[in-house]
Design a protein around this ligand. Structure first.
Ligand SMILES: Nc1ncnc2c1ncn2[C@@H]1O[C@H](COP(=O)(O)OP(=O)(O)OP(=O)(O)O)[C@@H](O)[C@H]1O
Ligand SMILES: O=C(O)c1ccc[n+]([C@@H]2O[C@H](COP(=O)([O-])O)[C@@H](O)[C@H]2O)c1
Length: 198
């Protein structure tokens, strides 16, 4: 049987507890051999990131420590340039069954992704609910999946009200982030004076 690999792409600015919980939930519920967290180099639909690739990778390495089956794949950072998921998928070795894991917010946005039809044809999509966002499959994606005879998986995931945006805001205001960040990631942020500005 093919190896099953989950892919969780993100800005990870910074990586937080919901990212890790999501990766672990996907691995457990879909029986994946491993889940790769893939930090984006330049997520073209967003404002410029607050921290460098170096710091985001360092925080990810701390966050996955001790979680069996989770690993970092730095290929988007190595590739550089605007980050298109379709390019990332075309760089992966053939053979394994790949599942792209995403939150409901990015599912709603999916049909704006570069070459989204090719992505839908290449990987299984596995989506998690997220507070503040309806879990709705865009009509064009639904039609495309039907034509491809592919299904979209809803992950069993207790919604977690955590976002990197809220964490960056809280850190800039000097507010606590208890329960949102791995303690060792929080320590790294403090030691490196990250997210201090407005
Ligand atoms: N609390 C959450 N619940 C479910 N999915 C999440 C959650 N946080 C992030 N994700 C998903 O993880 C992936 C990477 O997210 P990202 O790194 O952009 O974090 P974020 O918290 O959404 O960041 P930001 O607030 O900066 O947009 C996306 O698919 C996103 O939908
Ligand atoms: O390929 C695209 O055009 C595309 C557009 C928007 C988002 N993505 C990917 O979706 C993941 C989550 O993005 P974000 O902005 O929520 O961190 C991350 O891996 C991005 O590279 C990809």
């Amino acid at each position: 049987m093919a190896v099953k690999i989950g892919l969780l792409g993100g800005s990870f600015d910074p990586v937080h507890c919901a990212h890790i919980a999501l990766a672990l939930a996907a691995r457990r519920s879909l029986g994946m051999d491993r889940v790769q967290l893939i930090p984006a180099a330049n997520p073209w639909q967003r404002e410029p990131l607050a921290t460098s690739a170096h710091h985001r990778l360092a925080m990810l390495n701390i966050a996955v420590r001790g979680h069996e089956g989770l690993e970092i794949n730095p290929l988007e950072i190595t590739r550089g340039g605007k980050t298109y998921t379709a390019d990332t998928l075309s760089q992966l070795p053939p053979g394994p069954d790949y599942t792209w894991i995403l939150g409901a917010d990015q599912l709603g946005n999916f049909c704006s992704w570069h070459r989204w039809e090719a992505i839908a044809a290449t990987v299984t999509l596995a989506v998690a609910r997220r507070p503040g966002t309806e879990l709705a499959v865009p009509a064009a994606l639904r039609q495309r999946l039907e034509a491809l005879n592919r299904r979209l998986v809803e992950l069993p995931f207790e919604p977690m009200d955590i976002s990197a945006t809220a964490i960056r805001r809280r850190l800039a205001l000097g507010l606590p982030t208890d329960g949102m960040l791995d303690v060792a990631v929080a320590q790294y942020i403090k030691e490196n004076h990250l997210y201090q500005g407005p």
